[in-house]
Design a protein around this ligand. Sequence first.
Ligand code: HDE
Length: 715
Amino acid sequence: MSTARRKASDKNISIGNAKYESISLLTTQQGVQIPENHNSLKAGPRGPTLMEDFILREKLSHFDHERIPERVVHARGASAHGFFKLYKPLSLYTSADFLQDPAIETPVFVRFSTAIGSRGSADTVRDVRGFAVKFYTAQGNYDLVGNNMPVYFIQDAIKFPDLVHALKPEPHQELPQASSAHDTFWDFVSLMPESTHMLMWLMSDRAIPRSYRMMEGFGVHTFRLVNSHGQSCCVKFHWKPRLGLHSMAWDEAQKIAGQDPDFHRRDLWDAIEKGHFPEWELGVQLIEESKEAELGIDLLDATKLIPEEMVPILPIGRMVLNRNPANFFAESEQVAFNPGNLVPGIDFSNDPLLQGRLFSYTDSQLSRLGGPNAQGLPINRPICPVHHFQRGGSHQYTSHKGRVSYEPNTLSAGTEFRVDGSAQGFQSSPDAVAPIKKRHQSPSFDDHFSQATLFWNSQSQVEKDHIVAAFRFDLSNVETTEIRQRMVDNLAHVDMKLATRVGAQLGIHIPDPSAAAGRLGFRDYKKKSLLDEAPSLSMVGRYKPDIRTRKVAVLAADGVDLTSVKRVILELTAVGLTCQVIGPHLGHIRTASGRTLAVDLTFSNTSSVMFDAVLLPGGLGSAEQLCGLGKAVHFALEAYKHGKPICAINEGAHLLSTLGFSMCPQKDSALTVPTPGVVIVDSLKAIDGQISQAFIAAMLPYRHWDRVNLDSVAV
Ligand code: HDE
């Protein structure tokens, strides 16, 4: 097409008198139209290819450089846009603009992540999850870069590279990917008793969340809120998910890692696309600086938390994620969080872990994003005006006007940026600093076990069983016996029963707490905890059940009785559940009444681990076919074993008989609950709405670990 014709046919962009339609044209980066995109420029039809083919060279060269270094940690993640809205003004505590006016919606961008794995690793591995929130406030960007666990492995930033090196794949063979179950990690942490509390969290079900939408978030460190009078108080930040706090079964998480490594990323994306916007409540624990001593917990020690039972959480606002990124690379990959991005009214504490982070993020991003101007990328740019005299640098996005690049100046209103006295701008909270310079640590950091014990004591029996199983899994994969022994000896300082149970399968000696005495970093000191138990540390029973967005598998084959199940599906959908029909093949199955039912997925491309609950409709033909289909039987067995709610209507219960013990409906009764979370229904006796209500009731606790014969049911 000649330039003239190209101009004539184009509509969207005007330059001077000419109009261009950008979408219909394929161009180079310079805007030169490409005649066709399938053949390079050759001398003759069979080559050679010519160096002068600038179109080919540009395309390949861009491709060659389209990867950037992945994040050193938290490389694997997914993000979403949304907003934060305050409940009530917080002016008593902070001058931060976005915490003053409940009418304002502050835009946010949130990135969730795993910490250890590379960019392509699976979502569902056992790991701490990143929970990083960027608030685009009228006073600049504020980043709350937290995790889904309230404590951390180490107390001082200088240990971070060692921790991460120990945790990452071992350098000689680059194994294992995204897993803590190997020698170097347990070698390091067993020599670092301060990590014991975090290890308890890491071995708990918190490390295998069901969804990013169903996990808590924590700022971890103590920060400070500062009001307009300059008065400050200590603060800990907490995110509470509206959908409650849920986890996977370990067996499930491992299977999903193979079947759908993008499980969490997909789950977040799908929920937002469907309009099921994830929501969290932001809460704060406020501690007057003068009251810190009364707590008996050093607020600067990131291996400690303040139990809600000691300082309640004040809910201050809610965050809703309602928009998926338009482009993963431009947004999720190029976003640069930094705990040093603060706004007036919020300040750091002297937590030595936090202090190190203040250096590390900018430094890390210099190489990851290729220079000092990454704040200018659209996803990182503040929404408020920016004025400074920083110039140049790789990838400068702004063409700064004028001759002045310094301050003060007289050539360009050089004093206009000065703020008046101490009333405006970011004011660091004044703080007394101890005058002795020394490489040391406060003795108040020495207690390494009391909160690990508090955490253990606060877990339900099932949670304790899962923690023991997780330690056993990880430590069984440790080849060096001495490391296994050392770790279990450390656990003896947390709880002797825990250590004994973990050690029982590890081929080691009986745990010996005294073995650790004198070891580097080990201090035989355990503070008496002010609490024996803190129920808030358990995942059980803390949230009002909310079953919305959970997924129900409806297992069906030819001969399914649609009449009894159709209404149940409609009722479940009406309360926000997603039902999908799983059949022996794609397309349609024939129902008992001769109609057809569309199949969403088959036993070949999905399995029970992708669902939260299972519905087994009636119909003799369907039930008999499913009982003879190994994958359908396995589906039901696996869901049973993972404690999932199961509802069987009429003959649908036949599939349950494959579990190997009696699951018969009771005569004369519409509903039978043979074991927790399993509901068998006689649809002829059930009154309207009764089936879905019974099924929903079974879904409320999410899992039923207390059901009979759980272990003897083979999967
Ligand atoms: Fe990070 N951390 N971190 N971290 N961190 C990074 O920043 C670092 C720590 C956390 O989605 C890096 O841009 C040090 C605690 C999240 O982009 C890096 C120390 C907590 C994310 C870095 C810590 C976190 C990161 C990697 C010990 C919870 C992902 C690339 C002093 C409160 C943010 C980058 C995202 C990412 C350093 C410890 C959370 C290397 C030195 C504690 C959620 O700069």
